[in-house]
Write a protein that binds this ligand. Structure first.
Ligand SMILES: CC(C)NC(=O)[C@H](Cc1c[nH]c2ccccc12)NC(=O)[C@H](CCCC/N=C(/NCCC(=O)O)S[C@H]1O[C@H](COP(=O)(O)OP(=O)(O)OC[C@H]2O[C@@H](n3cnc4c(N)ncnc43)[C@H](O)[C@@H]2O)[C@@H](O)[C@H]1O)NC(=O)OCc1ccccc1
Ligand SMILES: [Zn+2]
Length: 248
């Protein structure tokens, strides 16, 4: 793949980025790929855990059916994530929060790497692998600060069992978080969609909202996605190389 700079003149894009006032960014697993976090390939069919496809082990039914197995799956992913570091894509987006008058970053990722890179008020559309939530009183617990290793963890408020505080397939997204992302998508003048296969909804609908509201839509992804046709720009390459390049 030709380096982004040689693909064609991006002067007009630099212009757009320099002139942007309200920027909305949606990220997916691809933004963490260069950190060493495996992607999902569209949340679809391939077996990811003990022969179960991703959208089965990460589904609401599994909480009922086998909560210990759900914890085993997220404990494994947490063990992978705790060994990696944010990459230049995360770092660039952290800088951008102070570069634009209005900047909103929404992510489908539960890995917490945006926060570790210094991004503040990240809209975690699908929750966080670093939190547990009580099945009875909804109290949250930060597993970085307070994890006695007991599985399932027990709620320190009511003693009930806790589940990972992530949004599983068939579950609604946190309403307030999604509403803020929708609002930002509706009112932005520049929208970046970075490292997502844009298959999982309602997150994949956010760039469509931005485009529909007149925003300039830019995709960063080495591959074509269902959103590419909707984009003003599709920058084919890796986020960790392209974002620092746009940061001028
Ligand atoms: C599979 C899909 C069709 N299914 C859905 O969308 C479902 C059902 C559905 C709802 N509405 C629909 C409309 C149409 C069809 C289906 C639906 N949605 C839901 O269930 C949602 C909840 C969805 C959230 C699920 N939780 C996740 N994650 C947390 C858990 C966990 O992580 O385990 S989703 C999870 O999968 C998705 C994976 O996608 P990506 O992040 O994009 O990753 P992927 O690997 O696919 O792609 C990576 C991309 O990066 C690129 N890339 C690779 N390297 C790089 C690189 N270096 N740089 C840049 N890019 C790179 C690659 O080329 C690739 O394009 C993310 O959203 C991720 O968060 N809830 C819901 O709708 O509630 C209401 C409801 C309630 C009751 C009954 C019905 C409906
Ligand atoms: Zn509780």
């Amino acid at each position: 793949m030709k380096p982004i700079g040689e693909q064609r003149s991006l002067a007009h894009l630099f212009e757009r980025v320099r002139g942007a006032r309200r920027v909305f960014v949606l990220t997916g697993a691809g933004v963490s790929a260069e950190s060493g976090v495996p992607t999902f390939r569209g949340g679809g069919g391939a077996a990811v855990w003990k022969g179960m496809p991703f959208n089965v082990i990460s589904s609401a039914e599994m909480i009922e059916r086998d909560l210990p197995e759900v914890w085993a799956w997220f404990d494994y992913r947490r063990s992978v994530i705790e060994r990696v570091r944010p990459n230049p894509a995360h770092e660039t987006l952290a800088r951008w929060q102070d570069r634009f008058a209005d900047f909103v970053l929404a992510t489908q990722n539960i890995d917490g790497l945006h926060e570790r890179a210094g991004s503040r008020c990240v809209l975690e559309l699908h929750g966080s692998i670093w939190r547990a939530r009580c099945l009875n009183c909804e109290a949250r617990k930060d597993l970085r600060a307070d994890d006695d290793g007991k599985r399932p963890p027990l709620c320190s408020i009511c003693g009930a069992m806790m589940r990972p505080d992530v949004v599983l397939f068939g579950e609604f997204l946190p309403a307030e978080v999604f509403a803020r992302a929708e609002e930002a998508a509706r009112s932005c003048d520049l929208c970046f969609v970075i490292g997502t296969s844009a298959i999982v909804y309602p997150a994949a609908g956010l760039p469509e909202i931005a485009r529909g509201a007149g925003a300039y839509l830019v995709e960063v992804n080495p591959e074509e996605t269902p959103l590419s046709a909707l984009c003003h720009e599709s920058l084919r390459g890796r986020a960790g190389e392209i974002l620092p390049f746009l940061d001028r």
